[in-house]
Design a protein around this ligand. Structure first.
Ligand code: KIV
Length: 280
């Protein structure tokens, strides 16, 4: 069954947790969809995990559309959310609507996601008026890395906690259909979740959120280097890949790959005739 804004809202109402994972390509999206994940996010985290940038800021609309199209081809039932990259919605409401429209028309996404609270409410309502569902994103919003002075947990002081609660209500009033809460204290995420009628999706937030999201390379053990505290590694796919690649290198060098079962046969008569002709 296709996941939609209505089925996801129903999940909040019935207490059925929403599962969301990032994906950036056809093959991964197909596997996730077959496993039954509710929603796939083509996050601008692709800048880091797929393109090797230091942060999400260099990601372009063309990058997002390219990867969103691939995911949409692989996912039949998951609700597809595409991130709006840095500077694709901040400059003007008109540009925000045009770029959101491109992610739906060209990328085949079901919804777009953008970062920020009160300051992006005008963009949220204009995009929603164009019949495009919007997922908001509050807390440790990675596109604000320079403004925050690094990737730091948000909402720890009374002022910032108060602002996050107020922002959550404002983005809901502006028409957002869901909100990602990233890198905020668990008890604050619980308060926000209890105040909103739209689902909250946590990442480094709380088990009390209506759903969870993780970057798939992190949760499958494909990421090397620093791993955030909130990441649980559910599998060590990195180790499986390393072993497979090493075995391939060793067998190719040893001449044991390809074996006979990996090659195609031909009638002896054809080969004999070919050799005769070559020797004439
Ligand atoms: O870009 C991304 O992957 C995200 C998630 C971390 C929520 O925004």
């Amino acid at each position: 069954m296709k996941n939609t804004v209505s089925t996801l809202l129903k999940q909040k109402q019935t207490g059925d947790k929403i599962t969301m994972l990032t994906a950036y390509d056809y093959t991964t999206a197909k596997i996730m969809d077959e496993c039954g994940v509710n929603s796939i996010l083509i996050g601008d985290s692709l800048g880091m995990v797929m393109l090797g940038y230091e942060n999400t800021l260099p990601v372009t609309m063309e990058d997002m559309i390219h990867h969103t199209k691939a995911v949409a081809r692989g996912a039949e039932n998951a609700f597809i959310v595409a991130d709006m990259p840095f500077m694709s919605y901040q400059v003007s409401v008109q540009e925000a609507v045009i770029n959101a429209g491109r992610l739906i028309k060209e990328g085949n996404a079901n919804a777009v996601k953008l970062e920020g609270g009160a300051e992006v409410c005008e963009q949220i309502s204009a995009i929603v008026k164009a019949s495009i569902p919007v997922v908001a994103h509050l807390g440790l919003t990675p596109q604000s890395v320079n403004a925050f002075g690094g990737f730091k947990v948000q909402g720890k002081s009374i002022e910032t906690a108060r602002k996050l609660v107020a922002d959550a209500i404002k983005i809901q009033d502006a028409g957002a259909c869901m909100v990602v809460l990233e890198g905020i204290p668990a008890k604050l995420a619980d308060i926000i979740t209890s105040k909103l009628t739209i689902p909250t999706i946590g990442i480094g937030a709380s088990v009390g959120c209506d759903g969870q999201v993780l970057v798939y390379q992190d949760m499958l053990g494909l990421t090397s280097g620093h791993i955030a505290k909130f990441v649980k590694q559910f599998a060590n796919a990195g180790e499986v890949m390393r072993q497979g690649i090493t075995d391939y290198i060793n067998e190719t060098k040893a001449g044991t790959f390809p074996a006979q079962e990996h090659t195609y046969a031909i009638d002896d008569a054809v080969i004999e005739q070919l050799i005769r002709e070559e020797n004439e």
